[in-house]
Ligand binder design. Sequence first.
Ligand SMILES: [Zn+2]
Length: 220
Amino acid sequence: MGEIWIPEAERLGGGIIGGAMDTPNAPPRVVWHTTESGAGDSSFKNVGAFLSSAASEPHILYDPTTDRLGQYGPLNQSARALRNAGSVRTNRTGRVCIQIEVLARAGTPFTGYWKPGRNFRALLRAIRSWDTPDDWPAGRLAQSYSDDSPRSLTIWQTRGGHYGHSNVPGNDHWDPGAIDRVALLAAGAAPTQPPKPAPPTTPVPAPRYRRPRAYRAIGL
Ligand SMILES: [Zn+2]
């Protein structure tokens, strides 16, 4: 069982946003969004409240400039930031479908200026606790509003990992923009540990003197 509430996250809203997943046997996934807003505490408050009032909450609200992390609902239930793909309820696809709204704009990829810290690492720890692969199965993210990024329904239904909103079938948004997919997942690595002291070295035995064969032969 993975993490349902991230201890490091502050609670947002009433704690209930969606419901049970439709396909809990499908692989776990994450969807990255951007709020198309500024960042900072006033945006966190105002945009955070707007997402609730619009009934389009993600699970997570994240500020890439302050490392502030909020959570609206349990990770093992659905969020509401995606549109359906026909009869497929994209919000409810997978063991988990963890949706993250980053306070940023798709046109200025947040991995270019962000300051991920302890809370971002906690977020990726929670994502990985559901066995979500460190992979981007749909491939590239949209580079611009008019970029026709891959949105395969088959991949969505059968592959776990990380998706941009621009990779979800049935949806037409291009967020989170051209973020650095490798840097995003690398930021979840454990903080650099101080180097460990070198292990004690096994004393190398001094080479034993061995008398040349000629000496032994003559009994010296
Ligand atoms: Zn989005």
